[in-house]
Design a protein around this ligand. Structure first.
Ligand SMILES: Cc1cc2nc3c(=O)[nH]c(=O)nc-3n(C[C@H](O)[C@H](O)[C@H](O)COP(=O)(O)OP(=O)(O)OC[C@H]3O[C@@H](n4cnc5c(N)ncnc54)[C@H](O)[C@@H]3O)c2cc1C
Length: 553
């Protein structure tokens, strides 16, 4: 018989551990986001506010947070064959993945602004995406691609007539069936091949015409995310050059199309979502746009994906910062709450500035996508999309690492949310144009149409005269942008400065004075911002205002 434990060793009281951050309203608790919706959401902002309040409560519920965790704990599995050795080429997901996909579809994340256009429709969706990313990021992949594909489909009348009603449907239907038998669909994209994803002109996949805009596709894709989507836009070499094709999962006669999944990627993060390698063995596909015009045709889809990369990472940043601020208010060390320790307050405030600036920039970018926004908006969108994707996504991993450290050892273990956020962070920076490619795209935008710079100047002008650091920063930037030849090798610096200038302008105009001053003093004053460790704000900063504003509950 075992001797009984001595009473003093039998148990211990658990103290100073932080309650889980749950059952709070993600929207009500984020004044920076709420104010961004109010100013960017046009006439739709009032209605959007009420709608987002309802979504914020749902998303912050313990049940929704648990779904996000479950979907990532059990990654999808590939079922290549059935018991009889016949090919299935299906991916099976945890039920939580399907629940989350259904939630996103139901609330219009994959097509709402197209199905029900209106003032501020893209901004409303943008705020929803920014909140949703705090709960689960993998399900955003097929959702983003479905949202992003719509403009390309709209340009093709027969495709639009057949597919838009399915894309616009609010029903999520995960069954592996021909699209005509389903209540709703999702779409993906296939550009990246083994030999390179940035320079897609090097694609080797071939498209052989069989008549009537129909082609036979032979080749492969090296990254093919969400392979259970119902159709894809892909690039392949046609007789007249690289072209864009619509490739459904099933052929019109109801057979599984010639897409052979080879394996699923074993990824750093993004665990809930399946990313695959595929081969096309004579798959049936239909030309979208003109032969030889594949890149411009598919790039429109890419542009909307880039908007979502900026939004998704702004959401992950907010999620990380919310966890850090929450933790610091509930955890004590050396006899005081962490949130009361001067050095920790500096770190928290600096993180909070990053979250507010990211949300402001991402929502401003989303407004440039709203249909009625005009020519200046499209010029601004041209230069700001790559700049915002570049800078917000570059800041993400640094924020996640610092926020994790605020939680100490608890930040590093999988039971908490920071490990998942940290692993997810680099993805949006790599996907759909990695950092350098974004910077080269900024140069391309300026080189092709210098009116982009006028649109940028117009964006910065209303903030002038309110903060000396901002004024000097904006003036220097505009002088440098006016130089006749912009050096490719320095385009990261230039892109970063464009993003920082727009963030500064938004905060100077709209954020509380303490937030704007701290941002300008730490990111815009003096030598170019080096982006070193967080927690280097000057002592004059209004720490209380900034931290309280970022406190989630
Ligand atoms: C999880 C995940 C899911 C994905 N899903 C999809 C998908 O569904 N569909 C799809 O098509 N792709 C997908 N991708 C692929 C992704 O878009 C590519 O990985 C990305 O575009 C980079 O291409 P690459 O990997 O071939 O890198 P490369 O093209 O080899 O680039 C490597 C590095 O070189 C840099 N570089 C390239 N050209 C230059 C230059 N001229 N000057 C300076 N630097 C340069 C790039 O910025 C990058 O940092 C996915 C990727 C990941 C990680």
């Amino acid at each position: 018989m075992k001797p009984p434990l001595l009473p003093e060793f039998a148990t211990h009281e658990v103290v100073n551990q932080v309650p889980r951050l749950e059952n709070y309203n993600l929207y009500a608790a984020d004044p920076a986001l709420r104010e961004a919706v109010a100013r960017e959401g046009a006439e739709g902002a009032g209605e959007a506010d009420a709608w987002l309040l309802a979504r914020g409560a749902e998303l912050g519920s313990a049940g929704m947070i648990a779904l996000g965790e479950a979907a990532n704990q059990v990654p999808p599995t590939l079922k290549l064959f059935d018991g009889g050795g016949r090919r299935r080429d299906e991916v099976e997901f945890h039920p939580a993945y399907h629940d989350l996909m259904a939630y996103l579809k139901r609330h219009g994340a994959s097509a709402g602004p197209w199905a029900e256009p209106g003032p501020g429709a893209h901004v409303r969706r943008a705020a929803f995406v920014l909140m949703y990313a705090q709960i689960e990021a993998g399900t955003m992949c097929p959702t983003t691609m479905t949202y992003a594909v719509v403009p390309s489909i709209m340009r093709d009348a027969p495709l639009a007539a057949e597919w838009l009603p399915r894309i616009f449907s609010r029903d999520y239907d995960p069954r592996f069936l021909p699209a005509a038998q389903k209540r709703g669909v999702t779409l993906g994209m296939g550009m990246t091949e083994k030999q390179g994803g940035s320079d897609v002109r090097a694609n080797t996949t071939r498209a052989e015409p069989v008549g009537n805009r129909q082609y036979r596709i032979v080749g492969h894709k090296w990254f093919f995310s969400a392979p259970m989507c119902d159709a894809f836009l892909i690039l392949a070499q046609a007789p007249a050059g690289l072209s864009c094709f619509f490739l459904p999962r099933f052929t019109p006669d109801g057979e599984i199309n010639g897409i052979r999944i080879q394996r699923l990627k074993d990824k750093l993060g993004d665990k809930s979502n399946a990313s695959s390698e595929v081969e096309f063995c004579g798959a049936q596909a239909w030309l979208v746009g003109d032969q030889g015009r594949g890149i411009p045709t598919i790039l429109e889809m890419g542009t909307y994906c880039r908007l979502d990369c900026a939004l998704g990472t702004a959401g992950l940043i907010r999620g990380a910062v919310a966890q850090a601020v929450h933790h610091a208010h509930h955890r004590a060390a050396f006899g005081r709450q962490l949130s009361e320790q001067p050095l920790m307050r500096n770190v928290l405030a600096d993180l909070a500035l990053e979250a507010e600036a990211a949300a402001a920039l991402a929502l401003r970018l989303a407004r440039a996508f709203d249909g009625d926004a005009g020519e200046e908006a499209s010029l601004l969108r041209r230069i700001l999309t790559p700049a915002a994707k570049y800078w917000i996504c570059k800041r993400g991993p640094a924020v996640a690492a610092e926020a994790m450290e605020v939680l100490g050892g608890n930040g590093y273990v999988e039971e908490g949310p920071l490990a998942r956020i940290y692993r997810q962070m680099p993805l949006n920076s790599i996907w759909e144009g990695s950092g350098n490619v974004m910077c080269l795209d900024v140069l391309r935008a300026i080189g092709r149409d210098s009116r982009c710079l006028e649109a940028l100047a117009a964006e910065l002008a209303p903030a002038r005269g309110r903060n000396a650091a901002f004024d000097a920063f904006a003036a220097r930037l505009q002088d440098d942008l006016a130089q006749p030849a912009l050096a490719e090798g320095e385009s990261r610096r230039l892109t970063q400065r464009i993003a920082l200038a727009v963030q500064g302008a938004l905060l100077v105009r709209f954020a509380p004075a303490g937030v704007a001053q701290a941002f300008c003093a730490s990111r815009l004053a003096g030598a170019d911002f080096a982006g070193g460790a967080f927690g280097n704000l000057p002592g004059s900063v209004d720490f209380s205002t900034i931290i309280e504003r970022a406190r989630p509950a």
